[in-house]
Design a binder for this molecule. Structure first.
Ligand code: GRG
Length: 296
């Protein structure tokens, strides 16, 4: 797949996700609640998790329509997590995706409800999908676990509990293997399941998701100290403000960059293994390696 074909395909996938989200989020009563949910959902996210989900689904021979409602639902869950993470009780941030945070516009109570609304609506969306019910139930369960009791929620909890404390690298990895990698693993595994992958192939995606999630967090920590508010669309140096241990604060900038490279070496080995098992990894490989150079 050359760069022109890749760009065209990426654009097409993002457009599909945008129109699915627009359809699901058509205004309804109470309008203000759906407006608050849509405000953050359509604030300009990269749509990373939906694109990963669709790529995994197609890589194992599935069709885009098999994964689309799950891709949209996962973006709803991701957006809920950002709305709640920005609340005064958590990171207390004023800007996200280049705009004022949800609670700054709609007030704290409505922002909590908008997040709750996106989370519950995500499950309504997944479980209303058309397709093979066995796959739908399995993929919805994967997303439930990685968003909650075996993923993001647990990581966020331990992260909040660790604020202001000196933590060991092992705990930092535990936090991000759950918090940030949770939804990335959910994207790849649920996409694979919706595309009809067996256990062995799904586990291959799981291991790529684990490494990609941690690498994604390492870059987030690097950008927090090296980028600017204008580029990121959110405040920089926020980890220091919140007294959060990060890869950079624990290992320094240079070692964090080396670790980042190591994770990508592993990710590419994981992709090679899937390719050997006849998974069509062409788009996924290109996408993941473009993500490596992300600036925001
Ligand atoms: C509230 C249960 C709960 C969890 C919140 C994910 C999270 C947990 C908090 C966000 C903190 C953070 C900035 C983590 C770094 C990784 C991350 C999730 C970055 C944002 O994701 P992107 O870069 O954002 O995909 P866009 O805006 O492009 O969607």
């Amino acid at each position: 797949m050359n760069r022109v074909e890749f760009n065209k395909e990426l654009e097409r996938k993002i457009k599909s996700v945008e129109s699915a989200l627009k359809e699901y989020m058509a205004p309804r009563f109470p309008e203000k609640l759906f407006e608050a949910m849509g405000y953050s959902l359509f604030a300009g996210g990269k749509r990373l998790r939906p694109v990963l989900l669709l790529s995994a689904c197609e890589a194992v021979g599935g069709d885009e329509k098999d994964g689309l409602s799950f891709a949209a639902a996962l973006e709803m869950i991701h957006t809920y997590s950002l709305i709640h993470d920005d609340l005064p009780a958590m990171d207390d941030d004023d800007f996200r995706r280049g705009s004022p945070t949800n609670h700054k516009v709609y007030g704290e109570a409505n922002a909590i409800l908008a997040g709750d609304g996106l989370l519950t609506y995500a499950f309504e969306t997944m479980l209303s999908s058309k397709g093979k019910s066995e796959r739908i139930l399995k993929a919805a369960r994967i997303i439930a676990e990685f968003s909650g009791s075996k993923g993001m929620l647990v990581g966020q909890f331990v992260d909040c509990e660790s604020e202001g404390k000196k933590i060991e690298p092992k705990l930092l990895n535990y936090i991000h293997s759950n918090k940030t990698a949770g939804l990335i693993k959910a994207a790849l595994c649920a996409g694979a399941v919706m595309g009809g992958a067996d256990e062995d192939i799904t586990n291959g995606f799981l291991s790529i998701g684990e490494d990609l999630g941690i690498a994604f967090q390492i870059m987030d920590d690097i950008l927090d100290v090296t980028s600017s508010t204008e580029v990121l669309g959110k405040p920089v140096l926020s980890d220091e403000k919140n007294e959060k241990a990060t890869y950079v604060s624990l290992f320094g900038l240079e070692k964090s960059k080396t670790e980042y490279e190591n994770y990508f070496e592993n990710i590419n080995k994981g992709i090679d293994k899937l390719e050997e098992k006849n998974v069509n990894v062409a788009f996924l490989r290109e996408y993941i390696n473009i993500l490596k150079d992300r600036k925001k």
